[in-house]
Each structure stands twice: as C-alpha cells, then as structure tokens.
Design a protein around this ligand. Structure first.
Ligand SMILES: NC(=O)c1ccc[n+]([C@@H]2O[C@H](COP(=O)([O-])OP(=O)(O)OC[C@H]3O[C@@H](n4cnc5c(N)ncnc54)[C@H](OP(=O)(O)O)[C@@H]3O)[C@@H](O)[C@H]2O)c1
Length: 262
C-alpha cells in the first residue's frame, strides 16, 4: 500500500527505545525525515545512528525532557531549522509507575500529568502553527488501553490518559478545517522495557513469577500473546498516511483484542 509519506517530516517523542523507537523506524522505512527525542542523549544518538544506517534517511536527535515546555519549544525550532517544516508529530513519554490509589503520592500525580498529558499540550502548541501554514498535519498521541478500560494498579495511567483523549477530540474539532488530523493510539500489553519493568513490580507485589505475569497478559487478549512495538508503530504510520485521510478525533487500540467493550 502506498502510504504517501515520502519526504514528510515526522517528530517522534520518547523514541530511543520501545514503541517510540519502533515508530521512528517505521516512518523512516516510509522515506520520512525523522526527528527523535528522549532524555538520555547517548541511547538516543545510538537509535538515530541505527535508523540512518538502516533506512538511509536524515534523522535529527535532540536530548529533550518532554515535561519541559521550553525544551519542547527548542526541539521543534531545531526541527524547523533543519527540515523546514513539521508534518507529523507523535507524542510519547514513559508511562507512570504501577501503583494503587493510596500508594500514589501527590508528586506521582503531578509527574504523571506532566509526562503523560502536558507534554502532548506542549507539542501541539508548537507544531500546529506550522501545520496550519501547510494546511496539512497529523498529530498522534501514544497513550494506552487505559483510555478505554482501567488496568489494575495503574490508577495514574487510568486517570491521566483519558485527559489526552479529551485533548485529541478538541484539537480534531478545532483544527480539522486546517487539514490537521488528530488521533490517539492506545497500545495494549506490548513487549518493551516498560512492560518488563511492570512485570517485575507485579512479581514483587504478588509473589508470582515474571513469566507467569507475562502469560496472564497474553491469555487476556484474544490473540493470546502480547504485542510487538512494530505492530503499534505500523498503526501509527497508517493513521499518519494518506490512506487514513478521513479519520480524526479517534482512539485506535492496538491491543490484540484485549479491550472487553463493544
Ligand atoms: N509497553 C506497553 O505494554 C504499554 C502498554 C500501554 C501503554 N504504554 C505506554 O506507551 C508509552 C511508550 O511505552 P514503551 O513501552 O515504549 O516505554 P519505554 O520502553 O519505557 O520507552 C519510553 C521512551 O520514552 C523516553 N522518555 C521517557 N520519559 C521521557 C521524558 N520525560 N522526556 C522525553 N523522553 C522520555 C525514554 O527515554 P529516556 O528514558 O532516555 O527519556 C524512552 O525512549 C508509555 O507511555 C507507556 O506507558 C505501553
């Protein structure tokens, strides 16, 4: 399928590993110029070099903490200086820690809001004016299955992610007239370092083995396995492509069918 993405400029945040990295690779495979950020400069640089080597596209990497509005401003400015525009912006950051409600401190709540909600606001504020000028743009937020169905012991994610859905729908409504499509992608359990960390925490709390916890997640999905980062990335690339040109304001779960609702 021709995606129509060649030479588009795609920002992917939180892209040194996991779903963000797979997404940056998938855009590069479509011939996009890619700009990636994460906090750790060394692992980010390694990711950028690997993507350039594999796909032969230009990659801008900049160490940025997406909870810092001025750092996000500087990053988008660097993207414009290097590539001249920004067409696609995928917002992403690490997920909040697994905790029940009384175990979560007020600081945990503030951090979750900063990383998993306000970071999307910061990026949207920066990229929308550039997209308006071109009358073309795609903003895609990476959140979680928790936007549709709470997960046990992930109260921070369950509560904060839904605010992103409200933001996505509002932006889709306001900027559709400018050719900007805004959608949300919610991964289910996906095999990344984040998931290994989650399994470790659960194992410590429950006395179960990590393999048993993984097996339980796999069993919960009709496809009977956890997802691969590339499978989430492919859905994001499709949403950004010309093949999804009449889709905006939506949440697409990539969860192997784990969501139990209709
Ligand atoms: N994997 C799953 O099963 C799953 C399921 C549902 C939802 N999700 C959500 O999907 C998102 C991506 O998950 P993942 O599994 O790919 O996570 P991951 O393996 O932990 O990767 C997170 C990436 O984001 C970067 N990052 C974290 N905090 C950042 C910050 N403040 N500023 C800039 N970059 C930051 C990390 O690099 P640095 O540490 O160097 O900054 C890393 O590149 C998370 O929000 C996660 O909660 C994941």
């Amino acid at each position: 399928m021709e995606m129509g993405l060649r030479n588009r400029v795609a920002i992917v945040a939180g892209a040194s590993q996991g779903i963000g990295r797979a997404t940056a690779e998938a855009f590069a495979a479509e011939g996009c110029r890619v700009a990636i950020c994460a906090r750790n400069a060394a692992s980010l640089k390694a990711a950028a070099e690997a993507i350039t080597k594999q796909h032969g596209v230009e990659v801008l990497d900049q160490a940025v903490d997406v909870t810092d509005a001025s750092a996000v401003h500087g990053f988008v400015e660097a993207v414009i200086n290097k590539f001249g525009s920004v067409d696609i912006c995928v917002t992403n950051a690490g997920g909040p820690p697994a905790k029940g409600f009384m175990a979560a401190s007020l600081e945990d709540w503030r951090k979750a809001v900063d990383a998993n909600f306000l970071s999307a606001v910061y990026f949207a504020r920066e990229v929308i004016p550039h997209m308006q000028r071109k009358h073309w743009g795609r903003i895609i937020t990476i959140t979680s299955i928790t936007t549709k169905q709470p997960v046990a012991d992930l109260v921070l994610s369950n509560a904060v992610r839904t605010s992103v859905v409200g933001l996505v729908k509002s932006l889709a409504n306001e900027f559709g007239k400018d050719g900007i499509l805004v959608n949300n992608v919610g991964p289910g359990f996906t095999a990344t370092d984040r998931l290994k960390q989650l399994a470790k925490t659960r194992a410590q709390n429950s006395g179960q083995k990590e393999e048993e916890i993984f097996a339980g997640w796999a069993a919960d999905a009709p496809l009977k396995r956890v997802g691969e980062p590339r499978e989430v990335a492919d859905a994001i690339v499709w949403l950004a492509s010309e093949r999804a040109s009449y889709i905006t304001g939506q949440t697409l779960l990539v969860d192997g069918g784990a969501y139990k609702g209709l």
